[in-house]
Design a protein around this ligand. Structure first.
Ligand code: HEM
Length: 377
């Protein structure tokens, strides 16, 4: 999409798409403004009058959660958990996350050649979030199946396949909702440090909102982190910097930020104008849907030197891959920590990690790859 972004940034930076009936926004300055100004650009898509149940932004079914609400609701739905996701609070998890990562790395050791997406990048975030939620070990396999079903895509565009996928998704959502309801009840007087107990013991949320909270962590956090991990290995291989990252000649954390900028797992975010507003010389009417292209903003030459070049030590790196403003990704510190640990452990364990980039099959809903064959020794 990057050539199209470049063209749009200079030719039609705020553009009305007649077919989709949405505005598209491409420049960093405008994307940044839309995301910051939550009063004019609402995250609550039910106010657009457009039925979004079918294609809720980035594959997320519509649940009443922080991600699709405006203040004051948003602040209530996020406030009770915000502290738990701060870098300081997550630090205590680092040893346990390293252990979970090592278990997955152990499994790769004998494989020799394996699909990085299937064997590592998909299971890691699911395992981590199950740990944070305090899902008992014996339910983890079931939990993984539900998570997979929630993000499943139809195997083909045929109506049958789409229906099968939707049925699978609805079943998973229902079963998972029931499971969380039960778990929340069991932990009402709990002392545990897990996020289900945190939700169970807060007075701020109703039961449905507590269930929604548990689910949104999976929906927002899993596929995005999968793609960050995959895109990191993809970029490092393509740029020939795997060894330099391993040796520390290239700073791992900075390189991960550059992956986030250069191959942002989420390329677009949606808002709805809540009043008439002018943006980039265009008149947007109240109720119209505004699509901001984070992936285009992240390559805007007004902000980034040589934006089309992957510069692993780019600094500063003010990318918008995690959004901006009040909806700024809750899980950003966790995603960064996971990627940091994952790349550290992978590169520490194997003398060589080679990815095969001869066949790149993009996924449709986010920015990432269907599979990434790797070889280790
Ligand atoms: C919000 C990206 C990982 C939970 C967001 C938003 C973006 C984003 C762009 C803003 C959406 C908007 O403004 O409408 C990413 C990326 C990730 C990642 C690129 C991985 C590389 C995670 C993880 C979790 C998570 C691991 C949870 C465990 C959330 C939540 C929100 C959110 C709950 C909504 C925050 C709010 O509305 O206040 N994410 N995310 N994300 N993300 Fe992430």
């Amino acid at each position: 999409p990057f050539e199209w972004y470049a063209e749009m940034r200079s030719e039609a930076p705020v553009h009305y798409d007649e077919r989709r009936e949405t505005w598209d926004v491409f420049r960093y300055e405008d994307v940044d403004r839309v995301l910051r100004d939550h009063e004019t650009f609402s995250a609550d898509r039910s106010s657009s009058g457009v039925d979004s149940s079918d294609e809720a932004g980035e594959g997320m079914p519509v649940l009443k959660t922080m991600i699709s609400t405006d203040p004051p609701e948003h602040d209530r739905l996020r406030g009770f958990v915000n502290d738990r996701f701060q870098p300081g609070a997550l630090r205590e998890y680092r040893p346990r996350l390293a252990e979970l990562t090592d278990e997955l790395v152990d499994g790769l050791e004998d494989a020799g050649r394996f699909d990085f997406v299937e064997e590592f990048a998909i299971p890691l975030p699911v395992t981590v979030i199950a740990e944070l939620l305090g899902i008992p070990a014996e339910r983890r396999d079931q939990f993984k199946e539900w998570s997979d079903a929630l993000i499943a895509r139809p195997e083909s565009p045929s109506e049958e396949a789409v229906q099968r996928m939707q049925a699978r998704r609805e079943t998973a959502q229902r079963e998972m909702g029931q499971y969380f309801a039960k778990l929340l009840e069991e932990r009402e007087s709990g002392e545990g440090n897990d996020l289900v107990t945190l939700a169970a013991t807060t007075d701020e949320l109703r039961l449905q909102e507590k269930i929604g909270f548990c689910m949104i962590l999976l929906l927002a956090g899993n596929i995005t982190t999968t793609n960050l991990l995959t895109n990191a290995v993809w970029c490092f291989e393509e740029q020939g910097i795997m060894e330099a990252v391993r040796s520390g000649d290239i700073d791992r954390k900075k390189a991960i930020e550059e992956v986030l900028r250069y191959r942002s797992p989420i390329q677009e975010i949606q808002r709805v104008a809540s009043e008439n507003v002018e943006l980039g010389g265009q008149q947007i009417e109240a109720g119209e849907v505004v699509n901001v292209w984070v992936g285009a903003a992240n390559r805007d030459p007004e902000i980034f030197d040589e934006p089309e070049t992957f510069r692993p030590e780019r600094s500063p790196n003010q990318h918008l891959a995690f959004g901006k403003g009040i909806h700024y990704c809750l899980g950003a510190p966790l995603a960064r920590l996971e990627a940091d640990i994952a790349l550290d452990r992978l590169l520490a364990r194997f003398d060589r990690l080679d990815a095969d980039l001869s066949e790149l099959q993009p996924i449709s809903s986010h920015y990432g790859l269907q599979f990434l064959p790797c070889r280790v020794n």
